[in-house]
Design a protein around this ligand. Structure first.
Ligand SMILES: *Cc1c(COP(=O)(O)O)cnc(C)c1O
Length: 241
């Protein structure tokens, strides 16, 4: 294994980026007519070494998101996670659910009844409740996971039947596009979110709308997001290995 050498400059830029974006998120919330603490900033930590994540957590960051189960589990012991909420945000294979049962605060990427069934089974075994968001494929892209918006309500009703799952809201990733286009997708998602809130479906607690990433978090906040998931704008471009 290559010896790890800490890049002090990168630590400094992670800290500066986090502070700037945290401030920006609060200001944008206010600009959108909401309170400054209405929108949570998630630090997306996939591929980032704990040495760069911990300085940001030490500043008071209170929400992280990881994509891969194996990477998530291997980092848990070295991260400064006191008071920090941990979400799984990547596509989740059913055979990986057992490794995170009872060990995450939320799974944001539930998009099928099959996955929900497995989550329910494994969290029951772990004597835990799974808080979940249902992921919507708002741009109907072949390459993306998430359910179609037309099937969303039916899926929510089915998942709501599981004893060990609590539905807390929705998550989406729009297609790669310019900001004006992205805002339309975010607005469409927010309309659906409000519509479902008003329906008060039994067992569905529609509180969270997780949308917006490094390139478009401001647009997402202006259209009603209350969790933005920011990775590269905080930690720098990702290296995959
Ligand atoms: C990687 C990832 C992010 C963060 O992406 P950035 O563009 O680096 O901010 C957000 N959400 C999900 C689901 C991701 O996989």
């Amino acid at each position: 294994m290559e010896k790890f050498i800490l890049d002090e400059e990168r630590v400094k830029s992670c800290i500066d980026n986090y502070k700037r974006i945290k401030n920006d998120v609060m200001e944008t919330a206010v600009k959108a007519g909401r309170s400054e603490n209405d929108v949570r900033l998630m630090c997306v930590t996939k591929t980032v070494e704990p040495e760069y994540i911990n300085p940001v957590l030490d500043l008071g960051a209170d929400l992280i998101g990881e994509n891969r189960v194996q990477e998530y589990c291997s980092k848990l012991d070295t991260l400064h996670l006191d008071g920090v909420e941990k979400h799984i945000i990547g596509h989740l294979q059913t055979n990986k659910v057992k490794y995170i049962a009872g060990k995450v605060d939320m799974i944001e990427s539930v998009d099928s009844i099959k996955l929900a069934k497995e989550i329910n089974k494994e969290f029951k075994k772990a004597d835990a409740i799974a808080n979940v968001l249902v992921e919507v494929n708002i741009g109907k892209e072949e390459s993306k996971s998430g359910c179609n918006i037309e099937e969303l309500e039916e899926l929510l009703c089915q998942i709501a039947e599981f004893d060990n799952i609590k539905i807390k809201g929705l998550m989406t990733i729009p297609p790669i596009c310019d900001e004006a286009e992205a805002r339309k997708y975010f607005a469409k998602m927010h309309d659906k979110f409000v519509e479902l809130q008003e329906k008060s479906i039994s067992g569905v607690d529609m509180q969270i709308l997780s949308m917006g990433m490094s390139a478009d978090y401001e647009a997402a906040i202006l259209e009603g997001s209350n969790i933005v998931r920011v990775g590269s704008a905080i930690f720098g471009a990702r290296k995959y290995f």
